[in-house]
Structure formats: structure tokens, C-alpha cells
Design a protein around this ligand. Structure first.
Ligand code: SF4
Ligand code: SF4
Length: 316
């Protein structure tokens, strides 16, 4: 470990540790469901070992984290032993499997924020449990005043009081529309708007290296794959089972491709290879979505493994 690596501290890590889910929504971006992919407990522990020395917060998500309850408990215990009470632990859940008994265990194991991300028409329960969940959280003294995702440091970094919030995929969708990923893509539910920049908003790549005034520095780990954003690049930046997350970030941090992503500007990431923003915007217009342009970029033009230009870099 390099003690001078600035990524030994990361503001926020979003970790999908399982794609197992009791639901199987059409708009799911990562193919979660009863047959969803899983990783072993040993892999989970290796990943925790490879997380940065300090983190302001970690968001545990899925899939449905409670569909792998024992693994979730193991992860919470390991996080507690690595970080003590210095990291806010947040759980993103569809809420379907939550009971009073489980809530008590989660609170005892250090979860301080609960985000119920299923209050919409795509999920099986379609929000029908909302009142029941509100009563459940209320009975345990979990504050429901901060309904929306905690984005600003002053509401995710203060003393970690117990809180919960909820949202779902509304008409505008909660993060600018369904992503061109997973089942949402397969089912044609993705947002077909090449002007819309997912990359420049929360859960996009913006700020993944340096953060920003309104958005925390956040990296996403899909099972084990380390990405600059939640939709995930075509190939991940690294493997958290075998590599330190801080090293993965340090490797890409000075590269103009990743600096463009850090600015939330995926149309600019090819400039260093001779692909103008105008050309990128034209291809994005043809593909219909900025993340599909990004996929093509990493597929055809830029090799994530070597951080070099690929030999065939003709624009279709
Ligand atoms: S959207 Fe959420 S609840 Fe629905 S299948 Fe995906 S992970 Fe499960
Ligand atoms: S454009 Fe690429 S880096 Fe940005 S959010 Fe989409 S997949 Fe992620």
C-alpha cells in the first residue's frame, strides 16, 4: 500500500454485493432477480479488505441485500471491525423483506440510513408497503424527514442519526431515467435521449476522482467490478477482490479519458485520442444514449487494461 495515495480515503462507495433479488423488475439495470449473480462470502471479505483505509460512507445495495441476509450481516460485522463508527453505513433495499426483527439486527450492526428504492409501478409491491414501513421505522425511532437520497456532505456526514428515505422510478425516473443497462435495456425501457447526460448527475461518473461541491466523490462496485459510475463502464476499472480500490483509482487518475469522466463529460473523453466532441456527440445521437456511446468508446477505441488507444479507432 502506498501511504501517499490520496485515494486511501474515499468519500463514498456504492456496493452492489449481490444481484439476488426477490423481485424481477422490468426496469432493473443489472439483471437482478431470483437467479441473479452472487459472489462468495470469501470474496466479500476480500473486497472489504481492499476498500480504502477510510470512507465517509458506504451504500450497500443489490439486488436485494436482505435476500442474502446472512451475507449482509457478515459484511456489516466486517465493516464494523475495519472502520468502527467512522463510516456511515447505508442500506438500499426494496423493503419487501424487512421486518421489525431484522430492522433491530441491522441497527445493532451499524446501519444508520435506510433507503427504500422501490416506491414505483415497476416493483411488484408498487409502493403498497410504504405505510407499513413508515410505521416500522417510526417504532424504532428511525427519522423519516430526509426522504430523498442523502447527497450533500452536511446531511450524510453529521453524527449519523438513524434515518430513512424512499423513492422510486417516477415518470422522470429518480436519476434522470432508466439506464441503458441490464433488463431495462433488454425490455426497451431505457431513456432514449442522446442529449441527456447521466454521467453528469448523481450516480454518473462525475466527481468519482475529485468529488464536487454538490456531489460526493463516489465509486461503484458491481459485485466485484470497480466502476466510476453506477451504470458501469463496458469493462470495469479493476477487480476489488484482488486489487486495492485506492490503487485502481490512482492508476487512472491522471489519464485524460478518466479526467473527462470525472468532469461528467463523456463526449470529451476521446479528445486525447483524436476523437472530437462533435464526433462523439454525433455517434451518441445515432446510438441514442450517452452510456451507449461510452460502451462503444471502451469497446472500439480505448483499452481499459492497458489505458492505450485501440488500433481500430474508426468511428462508425
Ligand atoms: S430494480 Fe431492485 S427490486 Fe427490482 S429486480 Fe432490480 S434490484 Fe430487485
Ligand atoms: S457515460 Fe460511461 S462513465 Fe458515464 S455514467 Fe455512462 S457508463 Fe458511466
Amino acid at each position: 500500500m502506498n501511504p501517499n495515495n490520496k485515494f486511501n480515503h474515499i468519500a463514498s462507495v456504492y456496493w452492489v454485493f449481490t444481484q439476488l433479488c426477490n423481485d424481477k423488475c422490468d426496469h432493473c439495470y443489472n439483471f437482478s432477480g431470483p437467479q441473479g449473480s452472487r459472489i462468495s462470502e470469501a470474496d466479500c471479505l476480500a473486497i472489504i479488505d481492499n476498500l480504502p483505509d477510510s470512507m465517509d460512507r458506504i451504500i450497500l445495495s443489490g439486488g436485494e441485500p436482505l435476500a442474502e441476509k446472512q451475507k449482509l450481516y457478515l459484511i456489516l460485522d466486517a465493516l464494523k471491525s475495519k472502520y468502527g463508527n467512522t463510516t456511515q453505513i447505508m442500506l438500499q433495499t426494496n423493503g419487501d423483506l424487512l421486518t421489525g426483527e431484522i430492522l433491530d439486527v441491522l441497527i445493532a450492526k451499524g446501519v444508520t440510513r435506510f433507503d427504500v428504492a422501490s416506491i414505483d409501478r415497476f416493483h411488484k409491491a408498487a409502493g403498497a408497503r410504504l405505510t407499513e414501513l413508515a410505521e416500522l421505522f417510526d417504532s424504532r425511532g428511525v427519522n423519516g424527514e430526509e426522504k430523498d437520497p442523502l447527497v450533500k456532505k452536511d446531511n450524510y456526514l453529521h453524527a449519523f442519526p438513524l434515518s430513512w428515505g424512499y423513492w422510486g422510478a417516477t415518470e422522470d425516473m429518480w436519476l434522470g431515467g432508466n439506464w441503458a443497462r441490464g433488463r431495462a435495456y433488454e425490455k426497451g425501457l431505457w431513456k432514449q435521449d442522446p442529449q441527456h447526460n447521466f454521467c453528469g448527475i448523481l450516480s454518473g461518473a462525475i466527481g468519482f476522482l475529485n468529488g464536487g461541491p454538490d456531489i460526493p466523490q463516489e465509486v461503484s462496485i458491481q459485485l466485484w467490478a470497480v466502476n466510476p459510475c453506477c451504470p458501469g463502464t463496458k469493462e470495469p476499472m479493476g477487480d476489488a477482490r484482488t486489487q486495492k480500490v485506492a490503487d485502481i483509482l490512482a492508476r487512472v487518475a491522471d489519464h485524460p479519458v478518466f479526467q473527462a469522466l470525472d468532469k461528467g463529460d463523456p463526449w470529451a473523453m476521446g479528445e486525447v485520442l483524436g476523437i472530437s466532441k462533435l464526433d462523439a456527440e454525433r455517434r451518441c445521437g445515432e446510438l441514442g444514449n450517452v452510456c451507449l456511446w461510452c460502451d462503444e468508446f471502451f469497446d472500439k477505441h480505448f483499452d481499459m487494461k492497458t489505458l492505450q488507444k485501440k488500433t481500430d479507432h474508426s468511428l462508425s
